[in-house]
Design a protein around this ligand. Structure first.
Ligand SMILES: Cc1cc2nc3c(=O)[nH]c(=O)nc-3n(C[C@H](O)[C@H](O)[C@H](O)COP(=O)(O)OP(=O)(O)OC[C@H]3O[C@@H](n4cnc5c(N)ncnc54)[C@H](O)[C@@H]3O)c2cc1C
Length: 321
């Protein structure tokens, strides 16, 4: 008998884990209402570096060459210096680290096209995880709806503090925080086939990144922007003479996660796996700003751990019954 695999959370990471573990016929649970697609709330730029990720997501991609530059001290730069990197890093994360602003010039990326990715296997929507119980080989997920599901191993993509709470592990209130980002989407009325990104490291701008994707100009900022800032971004692209329509403004609630101590993060993930046989996966699941391209490698490790437990599981189960 093979293990019963539950996947908690059917966003992008849930889709990737369901497709990557399809040989286990996993069952998915998500708090969202019926069939809401991953990325439904995502208006920021979304690009993949590795087309293999798109295969795991089960979606089509278009390969594009993106030109990147920095706008600083009133002009465009095609080379970043340390000051720009540090300004950008502090502005977007409050920490110092090497950011994508350091890699300017041309780069190849993949943009998802076609219908949004969908999980494989059975999905139970409207199921918000409330409690996890584990005793010997008996493990159970209990949802706010009152539904209960037994599992042998689980992959959780829901935010780590929510999973910890359901497992009865307390974390200091307010420790795991996310900050919103604001996305302004405009349309350039001229025909366009370019993919260009400009970074804005200076603190005088709320905008930190703007991307021209064919005719769509996507402006990402840490606060709502005013007309004058929007104009400066448009001029940085040299589009001051174009007719430009505003399409939407959107607040993306979980735009940037505030990092927590590495020891605490690892300790929580380990404790949950050890006690409940639940593997945390994905950006919010492990509370680390991962790109989707980093997920296939993590999933391979989880699959190896689940498979290696299969034999041990069979022996334990035979003993228990
Ligand atoms: C601004 C921004 C830009 C990004 N740009 C890129 C990029 O260019 N390239 C790239 O590769 N990646 C990018 N990413 C990362 C990528 O978007 C994320 O990794 C991905 O969307 C996260 O998906 P997820 O499934 O891990 O989380 P989510 O999409 O949050 O999915 C979690 C799911 O869990 C469910 N859930 C939550 N709590 C519960 C509960 N208690 N019980 C049951 N279900 C629950 C939710 O309903 C949700 O469906 C970006 C992210 C952001 C925020």
């Amino acid at each position: 008998m093979s293990q019963r695999i539950a996947i908690i959370g059917a966003g992008a990471s849930g889709v990737i884990s369901s497709r990557g573990t399809c040989s286990f016929s996993p069952t998915l649970y998500d708090a969202k209402s019926d069939g809401a697609a991953p990325f439904e709330d995502h208006r920021a730029v979304l690009r993949l570096r590795d087309p293999k990720t798109a295969i795991l997501l089960g979606c089509d991609v278009e390969s594009v060459v993106v030109d990147k530059a920095v706008y600083c001290d009133g002009r465009l730069h095609t080379k970043t210096d340390l000051r720009m990197n540090n300004l950008y890093s502090l502005k977007t994360t409050g920490e110092l680290g090497r950011k994508s602003i350091s890699e300017l010039g041309k780069c190849q990326r993949y943009i998802m096209t076609g219908p949004p990715p969908q999980p494989t296997g059975t999905v139970h929507w409207n199921q918000r995880l409330k409690l996890v119980r584990s005793s010997g080989v008996y493990r159970q997920l209990i949802f706010e709806s009152g539904c209960q599901a037994e599992y042998d191993a689980a992959i959780s993509t829901i935010p780590l503090p929510a999973l910890a709470g359901a497992c009865g592990i307390s974390v200091a209130p307010g420790l795991f925080k996310t900050n919103p980002i604001y996305v302004t989407t405009l349309e350039v009325c001229n025909p366009s086939s370019v993919h260009q990104t400009i970074y804005f490291p200076e603190r005088r701008f709320w905008v930190y990144r703007a991307t021209l994707q064919n005719r769509t100009l996507i402006i990402e900022s840490t606060a709502d922007i005013e007309e004058n800032e929007r104009e400066e971004v448009i001029n940085a692209f040299g589009l001051g003479c174009c007719r430009i329509k505003q399409l939407s403004t959107h607040t993306q609630k979980n735009g940037k996660m505030v990092s927590v101590s590495e020891d605490l993060r690892r300790q929580l993930i380990w404790e949950i796996t050890d006690k409940f046989n639940i593997f945390s996966f994905g950006r919010f699941g492990v509370w680390k700003p991962l790109r989707m391209d980093q997920l296939p490698e993590d999933l391979d490790k989880i699959k190896r751990m689940i498979s290696s437990k299969q034999k041990q599981y069979q022996i334990q189960k035979e003993r228990a019954t």
